[in-house]
Design a protein around this ligand. Structure first.
Ligand SMILES: NC(=O)c1ccc[n+]([C@@H]2O[C@H](COP(=O)([O-])OP(=O)(O)OC[C@H]3O[C@@H](n4cnc5c(N)ncnc54)[C@H](OP(=O)(O)O)[C@@H]3O)[C@@H](O)[C@H]2O)c1
Length: 211
């Protein structure tokens, strides 16, 4: 696959369900993609087209996708003492209590994305992908509808950068507004996970905005 010089480059940290799906989207768009994991063999397994590496390696991407459990963010970010300054940091996490599946574990009114923005003051944080199950990103459909990626950020340029990749890969983007909307997006993600885990909805479905 050729790499487009007009698209931002991407680093994905984490190579599980969502990391693999987002890396695949970025490759499909034509971006250059670096994947970093604790075990670089898992990064390499995502695709022969990614540049694999270990967490702590220098980050090459303009966009950095934190495809990690919420609980792992502190540990992973400690490996980057510059606070990912100058990067667009994409946060797909759903900070829910996986023991009870009954609550979002960030403080009331806050969000994982808001916490990241407070910590990574030199970066631009975008909430994205947390309302999309990985399978719906890979297939491009949520149930029978085209998958839409809901994004929120205070930085219009950061949203445009991420949108350029998502739309080049053939998916829809819906801009839900400022980063404070991450609070509502994480609530939607929490409910959606609960529905799938209780087998009321499939992992190939979920909430979707129809147009
Ligand atoms: N799955 C979905 O459909 C989906 C949808 C929307 C949002 N999300 C969110 O996306 C995030 C990732 O979910 P996922 O389903 O992709 O999880 P996953 O399949 O379990 O993958 C998690 C990734 O994080 C890495 N990781 C875990 N703990 C780590 C640590 N302490 N230090 C460094 N790396 C660590 C894992 O590496 P190892 O292999 O080394 O453990 C793996 O690469 C979560 O916040 C989730 O809520 C998921």
């Amino acid at each position: 696959m050729s790499t487009s010089t007009s698209l931002p480059t991407v680093t994905v940290i984490g190579a599980g369900n969502i990391g693999s799906a987002v890396a695949t989207i970025a490759l499909k768009a034509g971006s250059s993609v670096q994947v970093l994991t604790r075990d670089p063999a898992k990064a390499a397994a995502v695709s022969p087209e990614v540049t694999p590496g270990s967490i702590g390696d220098p980050i090459t991407g303009d966009l950095v996708v934190l495809a990690l459990p919420y609980a792992a963010l502190d540990e992973v970010l400690a490996a980057y003492p510059d606070g990912l300054a100058g990067k667009v940091v994409v946060d797909p996490t759903n900070p829910i209590d996986f023991e009870t599946l009954d609550s979002v574990i960030t403080p009331a009114g806050s969000s994982a994305a808001a916490q990241l923005a407070a910590r990574l003051t030199g970066a631009s944080v975008v909430k994205a992908f947390n309302t999309n199950f990985a399978a719906t990103l890979a297939s491009g459909t949520t149930g029978d509808a085209p998958t839409a990626v809901l994004i929120a950020s205070d930085d219009a340029d950061a949203k445009a950068a991420l949108s350029s990749i998502v739309t080049a890969a053939g998916l829809r983007v819906i801009d839900v507004g400022a980063l404070k909307r991450a609070h509502e997006l994480e609530a939607i993600g929490s409910v959606q996970i609960g529905l799938a885990l209780s087998e009321q909805t499939p992992w190939t479905g979920g909430f979707e905005i129809l147009s």
